[in-house]
Ligand binder design. Sequence first.
Ligand SMILES: NC(=O)c1ccc[n+]([C@@H]2O[C@H](COP(=O)([O-])OP(=O)(O)OC[C@H]3O[C@@H](n4cnc5c(N)ncnc54)[C@H](OP(=O)(O)O)[C@@H]3O)[C@@H](O)[C@H]2O)c1
Length: 231
Amino acid sequence: MRAIVFGGSGAVGISILTAIAERRDKFQNVTLVLRRKIDNLETLFFPSAPGDGSYFIQVIVDNFDSQDWMTAKQLQTDFDVAFYALGGKRREVDYDTYRKIELEYPRSIMAFLKRRNVQEVHYISSFGSSPTSFMSVLRYKYEAEGIISRAGIKCTFIYRVGGVLTPDKRGMHAFLQVLARFTDPWHSWSIPSEVLGKAIVNNCCSGADSREEIELRIIEHDQIIKLGSAN
Ligand SMILES: NC(=O)c1ccc[n+]([C@@H]2O[C@H](COP(=O)([O-])OP(=O)(O)OC[C@H]3O[C@@H](n4cnc5c(N)ncnc54)[C@H](OP(=O)(O)O)[C@@H]3O)[C@@H](O)[C@H]2O)c1
């Protein structure tokens, strides 16, 4: 498969790339659309055999507002599968920027994926995503799920994942990570990043379901835990 990843530098994105690297035989190459280049990517993921640098292709895009980014040379090719882990942090950007990242960027990115004949998209949403949530971030996630699922891609997977636990300072808010480590040993609302990455990539590589029968599948947090814990 030829894969394209949006948000590959984030907590979830890194977990997806780690899981892809573990299933290297399934992925011909991986194109990362990022705001800034990640140095030594192949050494990071394949320390013993980094290769010639052609496995991970990095395309720098810092603005998805117009369609200009789609004309980048490395993006003039078709992809089989897309992983969408790009998202804003409400506490770090103003309201309008957050809304743009959560709702306008998906429109732009999905239009591109349709144009590039992508057959399958994996979108990271949130636990509790709902049109009636009292939290605006969860109402936005629900709206974004609608944008993603109506984009006309053959097969769409939406992951409603809980708080992501990471070994560094990424992922869920640091205080909540401490709380989760003490109070949620069964991962009813939290998930280790490596389990999440594995769940998404296992699901992508799984031959268990015929893609012909899936148009849209919403995968809730407890199912993500099961998928990521299977061997
Ligand atoms: N972390 C959690 O606990 C959690 C739980 C449920 C759902 N989710 C969802 O999962 C998705 C990924 O979360 P995460 O924890 O991986 O977030 P993250 O660590 O903040 O990563 C977000 C990714 O999006 C990119 N990004 C953010 N703003 C951008 C912009 N204006 N233009 C271009 N790229 C931009 C970041 O790039 P830079 O590295 O350049 O900033 C990074 O690659 C989000 O949609 C989030 O809502 C996360």
